[in-house]
Design a protein around this ligand. Structure first.
Ligand code: ADP
Ligand code: ZN
Length: 837
């Protein structure tokens, strides 16, 4: 049927293309003509090379369109890769992402580009005349031009402009190049480097009818001949296999292979081959369990939604309550109906056991996508998914963009994990994007967690998603005993210690019993706070209800949201005692203390210092797993790998460090951390014990975690969020302005704040700050942030959008006025941030 896009061959066709460049001004479609030679290759989602202004760029085809009413429409230059990188529905998802997270469309589309296939046109320059003449053509006083000529002469060929710039110490004004080009001294051109991931082709050998006949003919293929050996081996392998493999198993040379092919006994052909990192591995069938009543109920609801064509669920159940079993059976149902499924897990949870369980149950249709695979392997998993070879994908955050067709189910396990938030633009949250993708494809979304995020919990109360419960562990094993140590009592007796007698006693027993312990110090280096050790009081901002950070240089407390500051009083406003400065205990201090008090115990320390080497993390865990130490001491990073049967004791050195984090999610994090720990300790046959040291035993997050009372925690946390106005009752946007010089960053942040305030004045939004970001200096840049609270659910304000869109232009005019090099100032926008660092 002739559609509007399919005219006669001579009809001209036009496409809209978005340029793959970070500049916000280029974030709009550009129209190009499709030259007849490319007509059959261009589709929505094609990677193309297009001319823009005076250079070439890579872009993505958004779709066909009518001839626009503008003169001089230019031609597409080339189609770079096939098949197209994305289809219309992925395009819709990415457009939504760029709108919602205020990125450019090309940044969002990059998420959908196959692994290792993003391309970039590299602009090069070379001398057009010989170096001597070139030098003569440039007056002696233009030192910089002469410097360019010197660098190019040394390069002896086209040099990427980026390298020329590096050689020039980072500064290369484009006017210099233009003048040199106009003078005929240099020549510019372009190269398109090969993609990082490539396809591999394998030579396949297949036996022919003549080959089978030859095997039956003693004369053609004598008994002891190498040719017969080769044919025999090929036949035994089903008549078809890789030629290299065939030579190996039949112990024949390549001349024998060639001989057989020339005789017409075998055919040789190159074929594309998909690398499969798991191809050689055997996965024992994973047992399918008869579901218990709660699992049955959950599955029934999910299946009903699958049949309705959509729905969102929050599946709440502690670790070991049988969530994964429910996912697996739901996926089996989806596959039976001919659709596909996607499972996201936190990167760290993508252990061999998890992969084995999915592959063992669901077989060869399972693709795995995570960052530890090689780029080529990831690319081939992607292609296998696109071709329909794999119908189930399990992976980390980025697997969300796997090209599955007919998607029926998306599962996000441990949905509360912060790793579901992307750290670079577009800073999307996998949970929200999954919700959108499910909606676009009529799929069901299942969010699973023992400790749901407040957002998901709230959604399950407002009807945005349906709650499902798995109330206990399948194996009936009890949760470990949670014990609280009130550090205030020690402090009142004048004992200034890190390790309480109770924890020390419990640790001391390990030596005899042969059991193991994990000690947590959930502290981040910069998060210093002030706490009264008499009553546990933590100083908070009067407006923002987040804890204040203590800055020892200058001795003041600062709110990193709104910039409010005060000198700390000497007397605690709650109990009237003298306030002690919290010095901040590090893992090293704890290790020292432990060595002093319990020298017989062997202790492994795991923190940023001891794990900077690659694999150090796993080596430490393995040493501990082998039982070569009794104690593993570390920061948050050890909470995850915590599944060691002989660990019967977990000690939290100071629960208040996460409670006093300068972030409105401090309470949520503390509750989640304590609950997750309790769900994991004591996984073997021995019962577990968790000892929590705190100066704030009354805090609801700590109390609820200790009592195992989620309802109490969620209710109080929601109250706090409602009163102090935080998500889920508003939306946050964090804007970080940074620059190498502190004054430049501060000035730009202040000016941007004024701009934002005036643009959003008519909207239901509040702008806070600027204030120094909690992480006030990072990689040599000073950071100031502005926080925007948007009161109306679900809408990002137009004022904010306009401000971000025009940032580049705003920056040039601002910087010109201030005498700051514009490239020095940068802006990072984080919509729905999970941390405010
Ligand atoms: P979760 O994902 O909540 O941690 P799993 O699905 O991994 O829980 O279940 C924990 C363990 O219990 C697994 O070893 C699983 O094989 C087993 N299991 C799950 N459901 C059942 C069931 N209905 N009967 C018996 N064993 C089960
Ligand atoms: Zn404040």
């Amino acid at each position: 049927m002739p559609g509007s896009n399919e005219g006669s061959a001579c009809e001209e066709r036009f496409v809209d293309v978005v340029i793959d460049a970070p500049a916000r001004e280029l974030d709009r479609p550009f129209t190009y003509r499709v030259p007849p030679r490319l007509a059959s290759k261009v589709e929505t989602g094609s990677l193309v090379v297009v001319p823009l202004q005076n250079r070439l760029q890579v872009g993505y085809v958004l779709g066909f369109r009518d001839r626009p009413d503008i003169p001089n429409i230019r031609d597409l230059q080339a189609v770079v890769d096939e098949p197209p990188a994305f289809d219309a529905s992925m395009l819709e998802l990415c457009s939504w992402i760029s709108e919602r997270y205020l990125s450019t469309l090309s940044q969002a589309l990059r998420l959908a580009i196959p692994p290792g296939r993003a391309r970039k046109v590299v602009e090069t320059v070379e001398l057009a005349i010989d170096p001597g003449e070139a030098t003569k053509a440039v007056p002696e006083r233009s030192g910089r031009k002469r410097e360019i000529i010197r660098v190019l002469a040394k390069a002896e060929g086209p040099l990427p402009i980026s390298e020329l710039r590096k050689a020039m110490g980072g500064r290369l004004p484009s006017v210099l190049l233009r003048e040199l080009e106009n003078a005929g001294v240099i020549e510019r051109s372009y190269v398109l480097p090969r993609p990082k991931a490539s396809r591999v082709r394998v030579r396949m050998a297949e036996i022919t009818d003549a080959g089978v006949e030859a095997l039956n003919d003693e004369e053609k293929a004598p008994r002891a001949s190498a040719r017969r050996r080769l044919l025999q081996a090929l036949l035994e392998n089903g008549g078809r296999m890789g030629a290299a493999q065939l030579q190996k198993v039949s112990r024949t040379s390549s001349s024998v292979l060639r001989g057989c092919a020339e005789a017409g006994w075998i055919s040789l052909r190159f074929e594309e081959h998909l690398r499969d990192p798991y191809a050689e591995r055997y996965f024992p069938a994973a047992e399918k369990h008869a579901l218990d009543v709660h699992q049955e109920e959950a599955l029934k609801n999910i299946i009903a939604a699958l049949e309705r064509g959509g729905g969102v669920f929050l599946l709440r159940g502690v670790t070991g309550s049988g969530k994964t079993e429910v996912y697996l059976q739901a996926i089996e149902h989806v596959l039976k109906t001919g659709r596909t499924a996607l499972v996201l897990v936190p990167e760290i949870a993508l252990t061999p056991q998890m992969v084995q369980r999915f592959k063992g149950r669901l077989g060869e249709e399972v693709a795995v996508l995570h960052s530890r695979l090689g780029l080529g392997e990831r690319y081939d998993q992607w292609r296998g998914i696109q071709e329909g070879k794999y119908r189930v994908v399990i992976g980390a955050r980025s697997a969300l963009f796997a090209p599955l067709r007919d998607l029926g189910l998306i599962v996000i396990d441990e949905e509360h994990e912060a790793t579901y938030k992307e750290g670079s633009p577009p800073r999307y949250h996998a949970r929200e994007v999954a919700r959108k993708r499910a909606e676009l494809s009529g799929a069901v979304l299942v969010l699973g967690s023992a400790t749901p995020s407040l957002e998901s919990h709230h959604a399950s109360r407002t009807g945005e998603c349906s709650p499902l419960f798995l109330p206990h562990r399948v194996d009936g094993r009890p949760l470990p005993r949670m014990e609280l140590v009130d550090m205030r009592e020690l402090s009142a007796r004048g004992e200034r210690t890190i390790l309480s007698p109770r924890l020390l006693n419990a640790l001391g027993r390990l030596y005899k019993s042969g059991e193991q312990a994990i000690l947590f110090l959930n502290r981040r280096g910069f998060a210093r706070f002030l706490q009264c050790h008499g009553c546990g009081y933590i100083f908070r901002c009067r407006d923002c209800s987040v804890s204040l950070c203590y800055h020892s240089r200058g001795s003041y407390l600062l709110c990193h949201h709104c910039n409010w500051s005060l000198h700390p009083p000497f007397i605690c406003p709650q109990c009237g005692n003298e306030v002690h400065r919290y010095a901040g205990v590090g893992t090293e201090r704890v290790e020292e203390e432990l060595r002093r008090l319990l020298p017989v115990l062997k202790c492994l320390r795991m923190d940023a210092d001891t794990t900077s080497r690659k694999n150090a993390h796993w080596e430490i865990l393995e040493t501990f797993r082998r039982g070569e130490a009794q104690v593993l001491l570390g920061t948050q990073m050890i909470a995850k790998g915590l599944d060691i049967p002989s660990v019967t004791l977990v000690g939290i050195i100071n629960a208040d460090t996460s409670l006093a984090f300068p972030d409105f999610r401090a309470g949520e994090r503390t509750y989640q951390l304590l609950t997750q720990v309790s769900g994991r300790a004591g996984r073997g046959d021995l019962p577990g014990r968790v000892i929590v040291q705190t100066y704030c035993p009354e805090h609801y997050a700590i109390r609820a975690a200790l009592r195992g009372d989620p309802d109490d925690f969620y209710q109080r946390e929601l109250e706090y969020r409602r009163e102090a106005l935080y998500p889920p009752f508003c939306r946050l946007v964090n804007l970080v302005v940074s620059a190498p010089a502190e004054e430049h960053a501060r000035a730009a942040a202040e000016a941007l704040g004024a701009d934002l305030r005036s643009r959003t004045s008519g909207e239901p939004a509040v702008v806070l700050g600027p204030a120094p970001a909690p992480l006030s200096r990072l990689k040599g840049r000073y950071r100031f942030h502005l926080t925007l609270k948007i009161l109306e659910q679900g809408r990002v304000g137009e004022g904010l959008r306009a401000s971000v869109r025009s940032f580049d232009r705003w920056r040039s005019s601002f910087c010109r006025g201030e005498g700051i090099p514009p490239e020095d100032v940068s802006l990072a926008v984080d919509v729905d941030p999970v941390t405010m660092l």
